[in-house]
Write a new protein. Structure first.
Length: 407
């Protein structure tokens, strides 16, 4: 089986794992926040119990009791919630490596912003993910840890600064994806470096017959709350690479800032509801306003659609010089360029799909792999074959890439 096909299937498998594990992590996180906020005081609670809740699901009733610090003795059966977080982060990093590092010249590096060698781009990508955790962790362990509101504001400033910084270095698509990975790294490190270790200290105290220190639970609760407010923006950022109006906007970093604010307003509504307090309906008005502001920013101009001034690489020059290229150019210009143009001619399409422009030899060469996969090897493009590309034309696209694009 060809390497390019194996690569795409590997990317699909990793993405699938990432989505499944993320669902598990987000589901358990949201459930426990809702459970914690909904706990009720009731007569007859066991000693040291903080509250209880009754729930119904799956044909039965559940009676849940929370101990604020710890019960009198360690339960015989104890379920830990950690691998959902770890698996999500590990699969996300694997996807980053397969999609962005392995194809850095296509998806990661933007020569118009910063002319990086692939190894340099990958180094910046890897090192930057840990920067946020170091800064954030030190802020949490400072005196600011006693002031959650100020701490959250500083975290917001850090995230916006990183959004802007990533956009100065990488492609718009990679910038927002990295911002999501940067935030997810903070979240997973909260679990791996703070929440779980603190729980292990409490467990060790119980085993040794000592009274656990309540501050460990308080610290873990703060980090868990931060994760709760960061979850929705991370999901948005992971999906943003499918929407050029988000990642290809010149204001993509500011749009990301508004998305983080929307994450706060949405979670505030649900957290308040789970706590059985009056619903803060104003949060939906604020969320809509922020969403409309993001949509407006996306229409205020985009980043460059393509860079025709950049010299062709050796591989691109080989594609343009191939014996099949003249025929390939005619196929692409006749079947694809009505949509994939600086000014698309297809009704209802205002900008080139995925910001891929196919009007010049250089642009066709730079997108050879996508042309091969989308229109040669499969019939994904054109959608519904609206431009009536013929089987022999798809065969020619395959032959061109096979002969000139694999060297």
């Amino acid at each position: 089986m060809e390497a390019i096909i194996l690569h795409d299937w590997a990317a699909l498998a990793i993405r699938w794992v990432h989505v499944v594990t993320a669902i598990a992590w987000i589901g358990s996180s949201f459930y426990f926040i809702a459970l914690d906020l909904g706990l009720q005081k009731a007569p007859g609670l066991p000693d040291k119990a903080h509250g209880e809740e009754w729930q119904v699901h799956g044909g039965g009733f559940y009676h849940i009791t929370k101990y604020l610090v710890a019960p009198e003795r360690l339960p015989e059966h104890l379920t830990w919630f950690k691998w959902e977080s770890y698996s999500t982060w590990l699969s996300g990093v694997a996807m980053l490596m397969v999609l962005y590092w392995a194809q850095s010249e296509l998806y990661l590096i933007d020569p118009a912003k910063l002319a990086l060698a692939p190894w340099g781009a990958m180094l910046i990508s890897a090192l930057s993910l840990g920067v946020g955790w170091v800064i954030y962790d030190r802020l949490c362990k400072s005196r600011l840890g006693e002031n959650p509101t100020t701490l959250m504001l500083l975290l917001f400033v850090l995230l916006v600064a990183m959004a802007w910084g990533y956009d100065q270095v990488f492609t718009g698509r990679a910038a927002l994806l990295h911002l999501g990975a940067f935030t997810a790294t903070i979240m997973t490190a909260n679990v791996a470096m703070i929440i779980i270790p603190n729980q292990r200290i409490v467990v060790a105290d119980l085993k040794a017959g000592r009274t656990p220190d309540p501050r460990y639970g308080k610290i873990a609760k703060l980090r868990s709350t931060h994760n709760n407010y960061l979850t929705l923006p991370v999901v948005f950022l992971m999906l943003s690479n499918h929407y050029p109006l988000v990642f290809a906007s010149r204001w993509n970093w500011l749009i990301a800032a508004l998305v983080f604010l929307m994450g706060v307003t949405i979670r505030h509504f649900f957290n308040t509801m789970h706590a059985r307090k009056p619903a803060p309906w104003w949060t939906w008005g604020a969320t809509v306003a922020l969403f409309l502001a993001a949509a407006w920013l996306s229409a205020q101009g985009t980043q460059r659609l393509d860079d025709d001034g950049t010299a062709l690489t050796t591989a691109e020059a080989r594609l343009v010089g191939d014996a099949h290229f003249d025929e390939v150019r005619d196929i692409v210009l006749g079947r694809c360029s009505m949509c994939h143009a600086a000014e698309p001619g297809w009704p209802g399409i205002a900008t080139a799909p995925k910001r891929v422009v196919l009007e010049t030899d250089a642009q066709i060469a730079r997108h050879a792999r996508e042309i091969f996969l989308q229109a040669g090897l499969t019939d994904a493009m054109p959608p519904a074959n609206v431009s009536f590309i013929e089987p022999q034309e798809r065969a020619l696209l395959r032959a061109w890439f096979d002969s000139a694009g694999r060297g």
